[in-house]
Design a protein around this ligand. Structure first.
Ligand code: PLP
Length: 390
């Protein structure tokens, strides 16, 4: 008999199961549930992307690509970032095509961290950051984004956590617009954060997967701030803005030394991102920007609908600037966020995610995704209002 407790990595054994997964195991058992839970577009990928991919398969594109990804796609990513944000990256040296932003996060930590190095990151946050830091032998240094600031991250809160837990901070991880709150960071605060990164000599890893889903203000990528391009790794992807979650494709852009280090790991662990997904991503950037904008405009309508709905029923909900999540305040409901979500599911068959799935600081809030049709959102709001009243 093998004693697996003894054989499995202790870091892996100590990882907690994802709070989202735990909750959705419960949701999966229910029929006719209205879900505001999932963090992925309800839209199918743009037809032009699908058509190009089918043609590519017929044409025999079934082989590996180079480790960094198709040069034609890297060129297209470079053109896209230049056109959208005036950012200039050399497609031959400064761009790596990854298996979603997820792999970009993993490679970035593994490329920069020695055992015991600290990484500052905001909470509440997307579920993968803490485990990925730990798997790379780093020390998570959590910075709270607070309800008082509508969950928008502040430089002063980051400064308080530099070198926390006895670990020298090597990197600052950002995610804006944020999952789970939808909060972005304004220009002035971004400049404060940039100043701090400079003073503390931090590498910045910026997960901007929701950048294109910014509603009022144009998104400001971190590397566009003065002096930040050389110290920032920009992570972007196709899952959200182009409704391409299942293709598993994204990109990392940054200094050629960092990209080279990440590519070294990638060549052994992954070899290359899926060829078909690379072709699909290239088609998305060439032909699907109109579709992207149409989906963004629809999300904006849904956001306005859902924010009003929550405020009308007395659950305070700030207006998020981007992504497709709202984070209403349920602190007045006299329950933990997990109990609120479980009881709502039980009473009204509506699924939301407890804020604590995104870290302890999410207590008192629930995450609702509006990547679902407006009539579903309306039906869910009616049911949640009945639950809150009852
Ligand atoms: N980063 C954030 C903030 C996310 O919300 C998600 C998915 O929900 C990811 C990364 C993963 O993205 P990808 O599908 O590109 O791996």
């Amino acid at each position: 008999m093998i004693d697996w407790q003894d054989k499995l990595s202790s870091v892996v054994q100590e990882l907690k199961p994802s709070g989202i997964r735990q909750f959705f195991d419960i949701v999966a058992t229910r029929k006719d549930c209205i879900s505001l839970g999932v963090g992925e577009p309800d839209f199918v990928s743009p037809q032009v992307v699908i058509d190009h991919s089918i043609q590519a398969l017929r044409d025999g594109y079934t082989h590996y690509t180079g480790n960094a990804g198709l040069l034609s796609l890297r060129r297209e990513v470079s053109r896209y970032l230049e056109k959208e944000y005036g950012l200039s990256y050399n497609p031959e040296k400064e761009i790596l095509i990854t298996v979603g932003v997820s792999q970009g996060v993993d490679l970035a930590f593994r490329a920069i961290l020695n055992a015991g190095d600290g990484v500052l990151y905001p909470e509440p946050c997307y579920v993968s950051y803490d485990p990925m830091i730990r798997l790379a032998a780093g020390v998570p240094q959590l910075v709270h984004a607070t309800a008082e600031n509508d969950f928008s991250l502040k430089a002063r809160n980051i400064a308080e956590k530099v070198d926390a837990h006895g670990a020298r901070s090597k990197a600052l991880f950002l995610n804006y617009p944020s999952n789970p709150t939808g909060a972005s960071i304004g220009k002035d605060e971004l400049l404060n954060i940039a100043k701090l990164a400079e003073e503390k000599n931090l590498i910045v890893i910026s997960d901007e997967i929701y950048g294109e889903l910014s509603y009022e203000e144009k998104h400001i990528p971190f590397p566009t701030l003065p002096g930040m391009k050389e110290r920032t790794l920009l992570l972007g992807g196709f899952s959200k803005a182009f409704a391409m979650t299942g293709w598993r494709i994204g990109y990392a852009c940054g200094d050629e030394n960092l990209i080279k280090a990440m590519t070294k790991i990638h060549q052994y662990s992954m070899l290359c991102a899926p060829t078909l997904a690379q072709i699909a991503a290239e088609a998305a950037l060439k032909y699907a920007l109109g579709e992207r904008d149409k989906m963004r405009d629809e999300y904006r309508l849904r956001r306005d609908l859902i924010v009003k709905g929550f405020n009308d029923m007395g659950l305070k909900c700030f207006m998020p600037q981007g992504a497709f999540y709202v984070f209403p305040d349920i602190r007045g409901a006299g329950r933990t966020s997990m109990d609120f979500a479980k009881e709502l599911l039980e009473a009204q068959n509506v699924a939301v995610v407890p804020g604590t799935a995104f870290g302890a600081s999410g207590e008192g809030f629930i995450r609702c995704s509006y990547a679902t049709a407006r009539r579903e959102i309306e039906a869910a709001l009616t049911k949640i209002a009945a639950f809150v009243k009852g």
